[in-house]
Design a protein around this ligand. Sequence first.
Ligand code: FES
Ligand SMILES: [Fe+2]
Length: 444
Amino acid sequence: MNEDGVRQINSLKKANEAFLGTNVYEDNDQKVVDNLAVTPSNQLTNGLLGWYSVCSSHKLKINQLNHISMYNEPLILYRDKDSKVRCIKDLCPHRGASFRGGEIDNGELVCPYHGARFSSKGECTNLDRITCQHIVDTNYNNYAKKIHLYQYPVQEKDGYIYIYYTGKAKTNLGDFDIETSLEKSLAENYGFNTSEYSYEEVCVDFKCDWARIIENHLDILHIFWVHGDTIPDKDVSRKVITSFNQSITRDNYHIESKYNHKDKSKGEFITIKFIPPGRILIFKGDPKTARYIQCLDHIPLAQNRARVIVRHYRKFLKNKFLTKLILFKNLQQRIFYKVFSEDYLILKTQTFNQQMGYIEKDNVKLLGEDKMVQYYWDWLQNALKKEKPWDLHKTNAHTNSVHQDMPMVYPPENPRLARDNDREITIKLIIRALVPLGIFLLII
Ligand code: FES
Ligand SMILES: [Fe+2]
């Protein structure tokens, strides 16, 4: 988001200050008063630059290039000779070609233009550097060993690949000053031991503002209205749309909102934890005992382009054979695609409204349940002002958008993945029906 984005968020904030300055929401049993003016929500120390989960480990295969971007900057992920994940700027230091169309040969990155090969071994004694081994032929050795790839620090944990994004890639990883430890972003830091769970995952790209998607995932009311017919939970539907008691706690690393049913016998509905810059954990019920947890990672690919990695962790149905037999993964994915399609129309048009300046003072009024959204805006506004991540790799109307368009995955706009999934379900169902029939025929 650029300066315009900051201005628009400011106007949104102003529009709601009158309403939220003293935010009072009541129910029969309880009156909750939260004076936002005296409870600043900006104690979060993480800004927009820092650790992002950008890819699932299983998606990054040996000898494969994985193209992503961050705040408009094209990057590449790949595994080197030791299977260590590297995140490099997509720019060959010979004549500035992209590595698109290049290859990984035995852990070495090969430029498609003149064949420069890059590896952290060989002439280079510092394994944190990725140095050119040769270009065209080995007579160029002297030249080659002086050119390095620009890269970002990477860590691989819990099946996620995290990069430390600063907007300024360096040739030597040792030169990065890492201000926040990755541990603060990990689920285990928030009472959630991923090893106790199985999960399904889906990765979806949106052509809309990155921040709007996070806002959507911090908003519980829309779940009832937009996804009520899709989510297989009788407590979530348009018919039972309801208001909750909400309590918010914060520390330097996250904001947590707990939603309790007003009918106390029903207990806790959901807990949402926002861990800046891009992670949200949603616990169904009490986090200590939750059998179902969503982990959503939001990646700001470029202006109006964002990627979301969603994992649904569960403590039930952990038997692999059984989950395969009942096509659990495919059925879950069918729900994911539907939910994303439902959100997508809203998010892209809401992005437009925001960019056009239609969401101005007096046009929007937040509800009590939107407090998380308000806190999020507070944090975002501060971080945008301080770090200006969208100004680090600015594009304009004349910029060739080739990097932005090629790597995107659009299940909502292009329902191909949803159709492929449905086809897979049909084929598997037919096979499941035919196998017993075949056995029966063999027996008789
Ligand atoms: S631009 Fe990469 S080898 Fe020439
Ligand atoms: Fe949604």
